[in-house]
Structure formats: C-alpha cells, structure tokens
Design a protein around this ligand. Structure first.
Ligand code: AMP
Ligand code: MG
Length: 335
C-alpha cells in the first residue's frame, strides 16, 4: 500500500502514536496551522531526530505543544499578561515564549539551550487528542525538509519525509496554512516575534499593552541571533586535537586526546563515545553547560564531522566560539 505511513485518527492509532512518541520516534500530526513533526519534548534523542529528519542545518528552538494550560505551567512561568493571553487565545494558533522552569524536564535541545521556551496549545482536535493520549509535551516544527514549504496535508508530509517519520496522523487539510503568531511579554510591551493569524490588534485588546513588532535585525529565527541565547562563559577552542593543561575537553568519538592537568581533572565530557551525531546533538547543550559551570577559562572541542546533524552541531559551536557583538544581524529564514 503506498500510503502505509498515513493513519486515520482512530483510538487505536492514537494509542499507537503515543507509544511511538514514548519510544523516541517521530509522529506527524495536523494542527490548525500546518502539519507538525512531533517528538517527546523531554527526550533529547527524540528531539535530535527532528533536526535530522528535517535536515536542519542549525538548532533553532522548537515550539512545544501542550494539552492544557496546567501543563504549560509545569514547564514555564506564566506572568500575568501571558496568562491573560493564554486564556484568550488557547487553544489556537498562538505561541507564547516563556521563561523555562529550571527544574523542568524539557530537553535542552528543544529550546536550543535558551532559558526560554515557546509553548502552544493547538486547537485542532487530532493534535489535542494526541496530546492527551501521550500525556506530555510534544515538540513540533513544521513537517517539511528544511527550506521547503510547510505541509498542509498528510500526503505532503509523506512526500517530504517518507520513512523519516514513524507515522502520519491524517486529519485532512489544515484550515489556516500559516504558522502561529509568536509573542513574548517583556516588561510593559508584548514583542511580536512572528506575525500569524492572531493579529496585533487582538493581542493589544487583551493585554492592554502595546504590541511591538520585532524588526528583522532581532528576529530570533535562530538562537545565535538572540541577545539572550545561550553562550558559554568559557571560550571555546574548536577542532582541538590536543588539550592544554588548564582546558576542559568536550570530546567526540573514540580517539579522544589526552587530557589534562590536575587543574581540570574531571572536566571532560564526551558528546558521543561511539561517534553518533544524533547522540552528540542530544548531549550538546547539557554538556556545554556542565563544563561551563566548572569555571574553566577555555573548553577545547574535538573535531566533529560536518555532515548530517554535524552541520548543526558545528554551526552552534562556531556561534558559541565567535566573539559576540550585541546586535548580530539576522540572516536566517525559518524552516
Ligand atoms: P517552527 O517550529 O518552524 O514553527 O518555528 C518556531 C519558531 O519559534 C521559530 O521562529 C523560533 O525562532 C521561534 N522560537 C521558538 N522558541 C523560541 C524562544 N525560546 N525564543 C524565541 N523564539 C523562539
Ligand atoms: Mg517551518
């Protein structure tokens, strides 16, 4: 059967989809905007699969979908205005960027190492049913390869992703076909990070605060372009084949260089001893943070092959290693 990955939304298939998500597999599902490519948002490995399936050349933060406001609160703080907006526009094509709770179990990769996370409660009944059945947060960007148009039917998804997705739940064509509005409440204004079908005027009416469209120069299409993006305090020295006595080491693969003086004993993490780029992607942000918290001046980073997910890993490491002027111009497009 040619459509073997496309499943109708029956109760048996929701159960199967939730099982796949728990196993770290990818499930595509419809929302009222576009079809999403979903993974367990608490599972770094599963989230790494999303980037691999999409061939995304960089780790931009993903939107986390939740079945309820209560679940949003489990993972993030809702200030007064964010809560008003959530109560008005959820469920719907509306995404709030919120401060992450530090003890939450969300994957670091899902928000690309940022301290904030984008959360949405979708309106589409198939998305809601899947979220309830899974009972946890689902990270989901659009279910297309990087740089291609977002899919609005199950068939599009199959054409884009084929065997990169375990299952596609078919909810018919999406109503809106444009992505969700993304906002972040910041002091006495609401920053419009991405326009969408909820308009600035509607947002102003609810928030009672001005909506400020964020200009291209600070559009956070990638975390490297956000002022608040996660940057280690330590310097990074990339493609290191040896380690100096006072350096920490972020290694990759089997043949790791000899470390290190007594100063940095223990300051070694291996992104993937077996040389798996998926494992390395899953570990990247947590390991960078761990090494950074050890107060070393420099972290030596082993060479990482520039293919597949290695492209996104190297992109992120290069951004972290580069000197950072306060206002880096944006040059990215979302994928
Ligand atoms: P997509 O998943 O393709 O719909 O894109 C997600 C959008 O949300 C991208 O434009 C991201 O930059 C934006 N986004 C996700 N998380 C954050 C965050 N923590 N801060 C700012 N923007 C975010
Ligand atoms: Mg997209």
């Amino acid at each position: 059967m040619p459509d073997h990955r496309i499943y109708p939304p029956t109760s048996v298939n929701y159960t199967l989809a939730a099982k796949y998500l728990r196993q770290g597999k990818l499930v595509s599902f419809p929302t009222e905007t576009v079809y999403g490519l979903g993974a367990n948002a608490c599972d770094d490995r599963a989230v790494a699969e999303i980037f691999a399936a999409k061939d995304r050349p960089r780790f931009n933060p993903l939107i986390v979908h939740v079945p309820s406001l209560e679940m949003a609160e489990k993972y993030a703080y809702l200030d007064f205005t964010s809560r008003q907006l959530a109560e008005k526009f959820w469920p719907g094509p509306f995404t709030l960027v919120l401060n992450k709770k530090p003890d939450g179990e969300l994957s670091d990769l899902v928000s690309a190492g940022l301290d904030t996370v984008a959360i949405r409660l979708p309106r589409h009944s198939v998305a809601q049913q899947l979220l309830r059945q899974f009972g946890g947060p689902i990270a989901a960007p659009s279910a297309n390869r990087s740089g291609r148009v977002s899919p609005t039917t199950a068939k599009h998804v199959e054409e884009e992703l084929d065997d990169r997705v375990a299952m596609i739940l078919d909810g018919g064509p999406c109503d809106e076909g444009i992505e969700s509005t993304i906002v972040q409440v910041s002091g006495q204004e609401v920053r419009l990070l991405r326009p969408g079908s909820v308009s600035p005027r509607e947002i102003e009416m609810v928030a009672g605060l001005p909506v400020k469209a964020v200009t291209a120069a600070d559009t956070p299409t990638a975390p490297g372009q956000l002022k608040s993006h996660y940057a280690p305090r330590a310097k990074l020295r990339l493609n290191a084949t040896h380690v100096l006595p006072d350096e920490a080491l972020l290694a990759f693969g089997r043949n790791i260089p000899h470390t290190a003086g007594p100063d940095t004993a223990g300051a070694v993490r291996n992104l993937s001893p077996s040389g798996s780029l998926k494992e390395a992607a899953a570990n990247l942000f947590a390991m960078l943070r761990e090494l950074d918290s050890m107060n070393v001046e420099t972290i030596a980073v082993s060479p990482i092959p520039s293919q597949g997910l290695g492209l996104a890993i190297n992109d992120r490491l290069q951004r972290a290693a580069a000197p950072r002027p306060e206002n880096t111009p944006a040059g990215d497009k979302a994928s």
